[in-house]
Design a protein around this ligand. Sequence first.
Ligand SMILES: [Zn+2]
Ligand SMILES: [Zn+2]
Length: 830
Amino acid sequence: MSSDRYPFSEIEAKWQGRWEERRQFRVSEDPGRPKFYCLEMFPYPSGRIHMGHVRVYAIGDLLARYKWMRGFNVLHPMGWDAFGLPAENAAIEHGVQPAIWTYENIANMKAQLRKMGISYDWDREVATCDPSYYKWQQLIFIKMLERGLAYRKRTMVNWCPSCQTVLANEQVEAGRCWRCDSEVTKREIDGWFFKITDYAEELLAWCDRLPGWPERVMTMQRNWIGKSEGAEFDLPVAGRPHLKIRIFTTRPDTAFGMTYAVLAPEHPLVDSLVADDGERARVSAFRTEVAKQSEVERTAEDRPKRGLRLGAKLVNPFNQAEIPLFIADYVLMTYGTGAIMAVPGEDERDWQFAEQHGLPIIETVKRPPGWPGGAYTGDGVKINSGFLDGLLIAEAKRKAIDWLVAKGLGTAKVNYRLRDWGISRQRYWGAPIPVVYCDKDGMVPEKEEHLPVVLPRDVQLSGKGGSPLAEVATFVNTTCPVCGGKARRETDTMDTFVDSSWYFLRYTSPRYEQGMFDSTAADYWMPVDQYIGGIEHAVLHLLYARFYTKVLRDLGLTKVDEPFKALLSQGMVIKDGAKMSKSKGNVVDPDDLIRTFGADTARLFSLFAAPPDKDLDWNDHGVEGASRFLNRVWRFVIANVDTLTRAPVTAAPASEAGRAFRRTIHETIKRVTDDIERDFHFNTAISAIMELVNAVYAFESASTAGAGAVPAAERAALLREAVETILLLLGPFSPHVTEELWAQLGHDTSLFKQSWPVVDTAALVRKEVTVILQVDGKVRSRLTVDIGAPEATIQQLALADAKVQPWLQGRAVERVVVVPNRLVNVVTRS
Ligand SMILES: [Zn+2]
Ligand SMILES: [Zn+2]
């Protein structure tokens, strides 16, 4: 490639080595300084970093280095989300042990990250597959078990036939596995759950108290928690008053409009409602059909709702009307009570179902004028509703609930869409769940002093399904912690999202051996001040980590209510219109990029090409542009290094051109600082630095001779101030080349130990101002005058202006209006 490139390979290796030797980014608690905990989501060690990684780590490193320069004690750690399926698949396909495969990948990726020159405190590196890490999460599991926050239950679960594992609801996207995109099926299985529902209300309440999070992520979490307030009450079966169906509704005010009721096909009372073998067979066939669909499909708004009418009828307790009863796919057993009263007048899904099945529709809210028909969900006055008539909806809801309570028929009720977190995985490469099963004592937690329950390494993986650990006799066969007799270990492992729910706490004291983490360190560093990671984690990792932190708080381990004070969700890296992926063949390998252009260019481009929350569209010209810019900075400093190092320091230029140039320097400091602080506008910050570099070249060449020339000493001093400012501002974006040039200028302490430049407000003051000249309200010219020049002087200059003069030919000046520092308008008369 072109020979005028600066020697980036040498420089980058040199400074990576120096920073490491000096242990420059190693930190400890220092109560005397403000702290800043900067954290990028830790990666899964797939073996290679990709451009998405480059982007997110460049963002994190920019913020970390910037905060260092702002005087913060910055914690910036890195580690590995090391358990998970790919290691297991590699073992099945290639016969490599998952542990060996994983640690090799970690070594490769770490070497790649080092070449990027990120300011990590590598002393704090953790890998979640290390027994010294998962030991603590086993201990917390036992504590959660004692408090009823972890429990075992037989349930219908989402099952991925391809991954051969259970998936949490959050891991099913449109009926498909989030990992491999296979269609998800159902399976009944014993599994372990964390009671995240106990924290639903608190998780929801805090969604309003985290202003540093993107609103769209908070909205996704609120919707996922899905709080709804309403009532629960019983509908007796007609002719069998002892048999009652409990329903949940968010609209008890619409009870008089109930024209049928629906049970989830899986509802346990369905079997006792069927009248004969014929109906039983129809129900069974219907259930089989429904079982093929995912919950998402069943509740999708745009598809026909399927239902089966039962022979039994129910009684509406509000008006004693007998109504038909259905089982239908759009009602889920996992929401509310698995049974609903259907009010087609005020519910869109019920309306569609009623239309399809020819059921009556009663309106219970007066429609606004011009209403086109269909279900009405807005506010209005109650009609056709007995004792509720004439009320508005909110009051009618309250009154309906009061009536139910007074009659002993029901209660007010809050429901959440959030389900408990299923954490069992029938996989090998995960943290073992620390319980045993004894014939005599049943399920017993492992003793604390026996932790960690270590995952055995010598395991033959067949990929045939079921828990691989069940095949490992040395692991399974153990002794009961209570009676000392024979017992079997649990062979499920924990969902890897448990591992990632507390790694940020472990980073605060990664080698601590007396517990999960040292509270003193955690109290100093937590919460994470800036968390950076993809939007795809909006309801998975980000909700689990919030929950787990609250559990740890309630166990007395940490004082924080929330783990992440602020979140930045970066966009994807796309190329040729699609996300970079091997299958699309549009991958740019960071190693190639760093080899050809250097890490500084790769980082600068990824920060410049798009604001961090938007998708970054890859283009080679952009990379070349970033490279040219760094070369331009390099060339200027190297060419002028003698002048610059010998230049005096001055803050008060005497010449007008000098003052204007210094104003540009300080305006740039202000712009770059504001852009980083506010909304992370790194791309416009870089533009501002580029403009300053242009101004430096212009100032250096334009001011050497002639009228308006700047004295040589002043010129050198200003160029030095400008160049040093550029290096300080550009440092967090492209740290190696700036650190090298900083040293070339004769500084012997690191650029990143300097203070971030401060705006000299005096330099921002303009001494001159541009005034617009108008004739009869039309702009004809512009004039540069001293700020606060007398009106008479301005008037004189305006009338004498060469571009104004022609417009005054043959006309008399009636008056001249002067708006100080802004405009002059000459009013004429012919
Ligand atoms: Zn799958
Ligand atoms: Zn026992």
